[in-house]
Structure formats: C-alpha cells, structure tokens
Design a binder for this molecule. Structure first.
Ligand SMILES: Cc1cc2nc3c(=O)[nH]c(=O)nc-3n(C[C@H](O)[C@H](O)[C@H](O)COP(=O)(O)OP(=O)(O)OC[C@H]3O[C@@H](n4cnc5c(N)ncnc54)[C@H](O)[C@@H]3O)c2cc1C
Length: 596
C-alpha cells in the first residue's frame, strides 16, 4: 500500500508563516474563532480521520469498484460506514452557511483539508465534495423556497448533490445540449433528456440525491445563451422535508473506467422528471459557474493530494531500495536515494507539489477577500485575480500531478508497474483530473482568452504587481540573489509575452488556440517561482535552520534552476506563433488514418 502522512508541517507553514491567514481573517472581521490553534486542530483531525478511515479502503475500493444492478448503484465495501463516520465527524458542514447548519471555514484551510481527503481516497472524496459545491451554488442562486427545502439536508450530508452538464454529443461545448425543460402551470418544469458521465449520479450513501441539471426551454436561444439550470431531486421532498415520491430520473448504467473506480460515473435518464428553476431563464450557465469554479479549485487539490502520496511513497521506497553503488562505496549495493537521477525526480515532485500547495493557499485567501472585504474595489480586484488563477490551479496542478505520479512509478522501477505497491493506481486515479471539469486545453483558453484578453489585461496587471512584490520581498533577503534574478527574468518573459498576446491575440483567434496551453504552462511556472522565493524568504527570515526550512530552500533552489528552465521553451513556442499548427491541410491529417 502507498505511504501517506498528511503534510501538516507544510500546511501550517503556509497558513501561519507565509500567508498569515489568521491576520487576514482579523482584517476582514470574519471567523474570529479561527486562530492558529483551531486551524491546526482541524488539520490534525482531518489527517487522523482520513488516514484511519479513508486510506484503508482506497486500494480495496479500486479493486472492487462500484456495482450496478437494475438502476441501483452499490459503492464498495466500507464506503457506507466511512460516509457515516464522515458525517459524525462533522466534515459535511465544512464551508457552508451557518443558517443551514454549516461551519464557515477559511478557504485556504478548506482546500488543504480537501487535499488530505483526496490523497487518502479520491473516489470517496468526490461524493461529499460535489454536495459541497452544489450547496455553494444553491446558497448563491436558489430561491428562498428551494433553500429552505433542500439546504439543511444537504449541509448535514443526509442528501447529496450532483452536477449534470455533459451529454453524449455535448462535452466541452455545452451550447449543444438537448435536454429539454417544459414549464408547468405550478411553475415547476418537466425535464427530459440523457446526461452522461455524472459523478455520484446514483449511489447508496445518502437517502436522497439532488441533481443540478442544465437544460433548454423549447423557445430558448441557440447555443450557450439558451441554457437554464434546474434542481431535480431523486425523491421529491414531503412537506416535512423527508424524501417522498420517487421522481422520474433513473440511472441507466455506470462507466467502467481507468481510475477512480469507487466513484460512480453514471448515465442518468430524465423522463419528464419534475424540476425547479434556479436563477433566471437562459442564465443557467452563469449560475453553474459558481459550482464549476469551486470544483476547478477542488480538482486541482485532487491532483496535489494524489501527487503527495506519490512523492511520499517514492521517497520511502528510494530510502529503502538498494541497487547500484555510490562512488567509493564498499557496500554490495546502496540505496537508490543516493543516485542523482532519483534525487532529480524526487526534487521535481517535491518542488512542484509544494509550489502548487502554496498557490492554492494564496488563491484561498484571495477567495476570502473577494467575498468579505468591506471595500468593493478590493473585493473586485481579488475576484479578478482569483478568476485568473482558477484555470491555472485546475490545469497546472493536475498536469504537474500526473508527471509526479508518473515519476513515482519510475522510482519504483518495475515494482511501480504492478498493483502491490499502489503506485499504478495513483497514475490511473490522477489522470481524470486533467480531463473533467473542463479539459486542461479548455482551461488554458479560458485563462488566455477570457481572463487575460477579454479583460484587456486589467486583472493581469494587478496580479503582476502581486508577483513583483513577492520577488522584491525576496530580493531584500540577499541569500537568494541568483534565484531572484532568475525569477525576475522569467517574470519579464511572461510580461512581454502577455503584452504581445494582448496586442495580437484579439485579432487572431487561431493564435490564442495554438499557444494557450504553453501560455498557461509559462504562467504557472513563473507564478510558482515567485511563490518559492516567498517561501524561501520566510524560511530565512525566521533565522532558524531546522530541517524543514532547509528543505524549503533546497526545493526553491531546485525549482528556480531546473523547473524554471522550461520558461525559455514556453516563450519560444509561444513566439513561434500559430502558423505551423494551423497551416497543414486537413487532408494531411486524413492521410494518417488511411491504409497505405
Ligand atoms: C470519470 C468522469 C467523471 C465525470 N463527471 C462529470 C460530472 O459529474 N458532471 C458532468 O456534467 N460531466 C462529468 N464528466 C464529463 C467531463 O467533464 C467531460 O468529459 C469533459 O468536460 C470533456 O468533454 P468530452 O469528454 O465530451 O470531450 P470533448 O469535448 O469531445 O473534447 C475532446 C478533445 O477536444 C478538445 N476540445 C474540445 N473543444 C475544443 C475547443 N473549442 N478548442 C480546443 N480544443 C477543444 C478537448 O480539450 C479534448 O482534448 C465526467 C467525465 C468523466 C470521464
């Protein structure tokens, strides 16, 4: 089984020393109970619960998977019991409104707790997480009546939530959905259509499932401008909010997948199912983005969590496994941790994972400022920066995490490829994070097209100032001299590439499509460089020299000298433009599929 202990020291370092979350909460005048001790106690409990309850059923859940029988889905052995313990532990109410029984949490802390749950058992984590993000959507957009009927049961975790967007012919392009909604005299709607790939669409963990469904009214405008959002419960609630009559939404089958096998991925058939409008007619996608943006951050944390397991397992293995001899050694064989190539992989995993976790904490604090600051201008500024960072957290974290899991297998050699050690499961489980919640290709276009170009670079300029302030702070700690220079140069590269895209991108949509993925890579790489400088500067300023701070500085040095070398590749690729990508004739591609 894979090795895992929640990286609590790192998390505490970020929350208290690097980003000073307690101070931020004080300034915002919110969550006054959340001092350092309380945040640490919650993290400790999350680690205990996940390591004792969720980790032991991760491998067995993968082997057993979910089963489907006549419309019913059964989760693997132990999942029901674990879910009960999850509710008893009070985890379901995390981050929800107190009015409905919730417990607000600082977002940075919330994201770290999610990381721990996902590390121990990604499949399990998905069930409550979807409920949590569905709750955020309902809190923001649902009518008071719907809130009263559904929120308390969802916050308590007795009822779960789903997001129903995808149809067989409509994945990335939701404007193509065909699911129909027809208004009824009592203001409800009858929903008909088939959704595919719906996570937690049917299961045996909760007494009711609340589907949030995108559908179109008969006279709706074409494309994404004609999408509305509906709440469709599996069981229609009685007056006393107990589950009543069965609604006509049924599970047709479940998918047999590469990974996250204990998460039920369902085909859902809506056959004139009763539903209720959320938000305005034809404004459904905008409402759905409340859930999707939270989900995107959350999927990023899935990646970080799984990659952390890979890092810890590979490190333990490398310390133990003896193959080959170090220079001058008299042993029959030395442990592989001494080989530079193994260290290269471990440092790459360590520096990417730590950097991503730091960016998540930064984004978490931005989230809280964007919601709670008393000055509207400050709220809007943080909202713009968070909007920029959301696709970066989703795509950059998950690409890096896949690489880390792949490196984990590599460090185990052939033993990584067989089931016994659990390393191949990590690769299979993490792979989905690059696909769902909008593929990473779609995220990169969201970043460049919608968040940078459509905003005329306004959010970008604000974000750039934040990054430059981090570099300046680190420059004041002269120990980091050369690394500061590297990051400052990379920042200059990102800045001039962005200026050039702001100039050319709007009139050349082909260019945006061709360079967006590389732009997101560059953006993420430079951002993590600034964050590593910030972390190293904090570690130096403590004046202490314990092993943890040394590890921070070693990771920073490795990141700045090795990982950041990709900046030049990215810049060259972006500056190469779109011609070589868009100019080949369609027939040239078709030739590949023809038998010679
Ligand atoms: C295990 C699992 C769980 C899921 N859970 C849910 C869920 O709970 N709810 C839900 O609604 N959906 C869910 N999905 C669906 C998932 O979000 C979609 O699979 C994903 O958004 C991609 O859609 P698609 O598979 O149709 O791929 P397509 O949209 O067909 O994309 C295929 C390829 O084309 C690229 N592409 C598409 N359009 C463009 C474009 N305009 N420009 C450039 N490239 C483009 C994509 O990046 C991708 O590489 C889940 C999927 C899986 C596999």
């Amino acid at each position: 089984m894979a090795t895992y202990q929640a990286p609590l020291r790192f998390m505490r370092f970020l929350l208290h020393e690097v980003f000073n979350t307690q101070e931020m909460l004080k300034k915002l005048d919110i969550m006054e109970d959340f001092n350092v001790e309380l945040m640490d106690a919650i993290l400790d409990e999350a680690a205990n619960f996940s390591q004792q309850v969720l980790l032991p059923i991760n491998q067995s859940g993968d082997e057993q998977g979910c089963t489907f029988n006549e419309g019913a889905v059964t989760t693997p052995d132990g999942f029901k019991e674990a879910y009960k313990k999850y509710l008893e532990g009070g985890w379901a109410v995390m981050g929800c409104d107190e009015k409905y029984g919730g417990q607000p949490l600082p977002k940075a802390l919330h994201l770290m707790i999610e990381e721990i749950f996902y590390a121990c058992n990604t499949s399990f984590g998905l069930y409550p997480n979807l409920t949590n993000t569905a709750i955020q959507l309902l809190e923001t957009h649902a009518s008071q009546e719907l809130k009263e009927s559904y929120l308390a049961k969802m916050v308590s975790g007795q009822w779960s939530g789903t997001m129903c967007l995808t149809e067989s012919h409509a994945g990335s392009d939701l404007g193509l959905i065909k699911t129909k909604a027809v208004e009824q005299p009592d203001n409800s709607y009858l929903i008909s259509g088939t959704k595919i790939f719906i996570s937690a669409g049917e299961h045996d963990l909760t007494e009711n499932i609340i589907h949030l469904v995108l559908a179109k009214l008969p006279d709706a405008p074409e494309g994404s401008r004609g999408i509305s959002l509906f709440l469709v419960p599996k069981f229609l609630p009685n007056e006393d909010n107990t589950p009543g009559e069965r609604n006509t939404v049924t599970c047709g089958s479940i998918e047999h997948k590469m990974g996250i096998k204990a998460s039920a991925t369902c085909v859902l058939n809506f056959d004139q199912a009763k539903g209720y409008l959320i938000g305005e007619i034809n404004a459904g996608l905008k409402c759905m983005f409340t859930m999707m943006n939270n989900e995107r951050l959350s999927v990023g944390m899935q990646g970080v969590g799984i990659a952390e397991v890979s890092l810890q397992s590979a490190t333990a293995y490398a310390l133990d496994r003896k193959q080959g001899r170090h220079q001058g050694s008299k042993e029959a064989a030395d442990s592989i941790i001494g080989h530079a190539d193994i260290r290269r992989m471990l440092l790459s995993m360590m520096s990417m994972n730590g950097g991503c976790r730091a960016l998540a904490a930064f984004a978490g604090n931005l989230h809280d400022v964007s919601v709670h600051h008393n000055d509207e201008a400050e709220r809007k500024k943080s909202e713009r920066m968070l909007a920029i960072l959301t696709p970066v957290c989703k795509a950059y974290f998950t690409d890096a995490s896949f690489d880390s899991c792949n490196n984990g297998v590599q460090i185990f050699g052939g033993h990584g490829y067989v089931k016994e050690w659990g390393m191949e499961q990590l690769v299979r489980d993490v792979r989905i994070t690059q696909l769902y919640e909008g593929t990473n290709g779609i995220q990169s276009m969201d970043l460049l097209s919608r968040k940078i170009l459509a905003d005329d670079g306004r959010g970008w300029e604000e974000y750039k100032s934040e990054l430059c302030a981090m570099i300046k702070e680190a420059e004041e700690v002269n120990v980091l001299g050369k690394d500061c220079t590297r990051v400052r140069q990379a920042m200059g590269n990102l800045s001039s590439v962005t200026d050039s895209l702001l100039e050319d991108g709007k009139r050349n949509s082909g260019l945006v499509g061709a360079v967006a993925t590389e732009y997101l890579n560059l953006f993420g790489t430079v951002t993590l460089g600034c964050l590593w400088l910030k972390m190293a500067a904090v570690s130096i300023n403590t004046g202490e020299d314990d092993l943890f701070y040394k590890q921070i500085r070693s990771s920073c040095a490795f990141y700045c000298r090795h990982q950041m070398a990709t900046v030049f590749t990215s810049v060259n690729r972006i500056m190469a433009g779109s011609h070589t990508i868009v100019s080949p004739e369609l027939e040239e591609f078709e030739l590949t599929t023809l038998v010679n």
